[in-house]
Design a protein around this ligand. Structure first.
Ligand code: GLC
Length: 587
């Protein structure tokens, strides 16, 4: 019976998609007439790889570049036109590569420069471009630049980082707390001064006020452009401009204030970024996407579009709903579906006329989306399909984070010692300082830890899910026997198959690429709905985010044809829990 239902559902979906392909073809011309031609990165999706956790070919328990090459066909099948590679540069790995000791080389953990060149070439054969992660707010303390800078107050790189004298009482120059916890200043005996670090003490902030520093960073980016990369994700960019160094009002028991609140998006930052654009990106067939936590939708017109500084920015309004009070994990806030929709709507509206946005619900710093955005007890597979439907039908470039396409979920390891993520350890300490018990502190870690997104990729049912023949650097999620690439590839009802159908659907529907966006039902606490329209052709996405059935208001579906349904045939006007549908209308 189950088998029959599966076959039936498959045929039904195929028939529906096929009907759409025919009607969609006729609007292609209209689309071209009405819109500026889209760039390559606006009509594809980007797949983010955390190389350490993707595929290991040497048996050392860490993923590597040859492992990525091995799986390029998998990514092609998923329709990815670009791979955002989180840092693969030499690094002491205090923050897993976001602490770079050499900007123009490859860490031996991941392979060689020849492996990298082969990756670019093999990806190109499959029409996939490699996008590098530029970590330019800070370097590693082991970087030769910092090693020299810290030696004295007079050496040639003395001013390459942010050095300040102690306060008269010997304490830190300001009361800022770094993003990973504790003071953002570390004392350096050699110089007899403090240096600033927005993140860990091993990640000193570079001094962007110094033109030599900026030139060195631009040259590093150009090095990778010369290797043929297709673009850049620019890390932690809102922190590069520092304001006056003054104490802030403490926001925690430790007497410190979040550095994010004090420094993110400081006026004057755009002048740096315009120069960066002019010197490095302008006139090239690449894309740039800035990680811009702290940049608000209202700021987007100055950050993206023709006169902006990047092609896209990751704006975090929808990702930070649980952390409205700052980035301290032990103060999570409740939020409602209407707030999630409003946040997404704000980004969409801000980029409606001028600009473009990435659409994303996961990355290597975030909980898995099935745990992040749905009520406790939600069926993970249904939730993963629901989110995929939003991801691939909103306006913008979809970013899929490794494992998201298989429906990966969070882990919950018993003790803080089981966690590798530096921010998990810092936040655990903050929670204890704030008076929470170790058990309560672990609950915050379980929800927010970045390790949730960093467990090894699950390729098959073999040892360590096929990720490595050795001991994986982080344990494999214990659900790997059911959630893995091989099993899901052959199951037409899997999350992976749903992704593939959506990718295909997006490819054949201009309304999803170039169409306008319109929010529907903004006050509904169960249904997330929006329309995408090009010429007289419209697609409407309707998703039930709740665990109860939801009635679809008549006006949303009247006169429209159902073309995709994550749950197969059901009642016309009722959405089952977590069900996602797409309707089509020709007006
Ligand atoms: C960004 C990265 C994160 C890293 C931090 C410091 O937020 O995404 O992983 O820890 O910057 O570089």
């Amino acid at each position: 019976m189950k088998k029959f239902m599966k076959r039936f559902a498959k045929k039904w979906c195929a028939a529906l998609s096929c009907a759409c392909v025919l009607s969609a073809a006729s609007v292609t011309l209209a689309e071209e007439r009405e819109h500026k031609p889209l760039k390559w990165w606006q009509t594809t999706s980007v797949y983010q790889i955390y190389p350490r956790s993707f595929a290991d070919t040497t048996g050392d328990g860490f993923g590597d570049i040859p492992g990525i090459i091995r799986h390029l066909d998998y990514l092609r099948r998923l329709g990815a036109g670009a791979i955002w590679l989180t840092p693969v540069y030499p690094s002491p790995m205090v923050d897993n590569g976001y602490d770079i000791s050499d900007y123009t080389a490859i860490d031996p953990l991941y392979g060689t420069m020849e492996d990298f060149d082969r990756l670019v070439a093999e990806a190109k054969k499959r029409d996939i471009r490699i996008v590098m992660d530029l970590v330019f707010n800070h370097s590693s303390d082991k970087n030769a630049w910092f090693q020299e800078s810290k030696k004295s107050r007079t050496n040639p790189k003395a001013d390459w980082y942010i050095w300040r004298d102690a306060k008269p009482d010997g304490s830190e120059p300001t009361n800022w707390r770094s993003i990973f916890g504790d003071s953002a200043w570390t004392w350096c005996e050699e110089r007899g001064q403090y240096y600033l670090h927005t993140f860990a003490p091993q990640q000193p902030d570079l001094n962007w006020e110094n033109p030599e520093v900026r030139r060195a960073l631009y040259d590093a980016a150009i090095f990778w452009l010369d290797k043929g990369v297709g673009g850049f994700r620019i890390d932690a960019i809102p922190y590069i401009k520092k304001p006056a160094f003054r104490d802030g009002v403490p926001d925690g028991e430790d007497g410190l204030v979040s550095i994010h609140a004090m420094t993110a998006n400081t006026p004057g930052i755009l002048a740096f970024l315009h120069e960066f654009k002019k010197e490095v990106f302008a006139g090239r067939d690449i894309f740039t996407v800035g990680e811009a936590n702290g940049v608000q939708p209202k700021d987007l017109p100055r950050w993206v579009g023709e006169d902006g500084v990047f092609d896209m920015v990751f704006e975090f309004g929808h990702m930070n709903l649980s952390l409205k009070n700052g980035e301290i994990w032990c103060r999570p806030t409740e939020w409602k579906l209407t707030e999630l929709k409003a946040a997404i709507n704000a980004t969409q509206e801000a980029t409606r006329e001028n600009g473009w946005c990435p659409v994303f619900f996961e990355n290597h710093d975030q909980p898995r989306c099935v745990d992040h955005f749905f009520p406790e007890g939600a069926d993970r597979e249904k939730a993963a399909k629901a989110m995929a439907t939003i991801l691939l039908t909103l306006r913008g470039t979809p970013f899929i984070y490794e494992g998201q396409e298989l429906g990966f979920s969070n882990v919950a390891w018993p003790s803080i010692g089981d966690y590798n993520d530096i921010s998990s350890r810092g936040q655990y300490e903050i929670a204890l300082n704030e008076g929470f018990s170790p058990k309560e502190a672990m609950k915050f870690v379980h929800f927010f830890s970045r390790d949730n997104a960093r467990t090894p990729m699950q390729w098959n049912t073999g040892d360590n899910a096929g990720f490595t023949t050795g001991k994986p650097w982080l344990p494999v999620h214990d659900d790997y026997a059911v959630q893995n690439g091989e099993v899901e590839m052959w199951d037409e009802n899997s999350v992976f198959s749903w992704y593939r159908q959506l990718v295909e659907f997006r490819r054949s529907h201009p309304a999803l690429r170039a169409g306008s966006y319109q929010e529907l039902l903004p006050n509904d606490e169960q249904i997330f709905a929006f329309a995408r329209t090009v010429s007289s052709y419209q697609l409407v996405t309707v998703v039930n985010f709740s665990l109860e059935p939801a009635k679809i208001p008549e006006e949303i579906i009247a006169g429209k044809t159902l073309v995709m349904d994550s749950e197969g045939p059901g009642e016309t006007a009722i959405l089952r829990p977590l069900e996602a549908r797409i309707y089509q209308a020709v007006r």
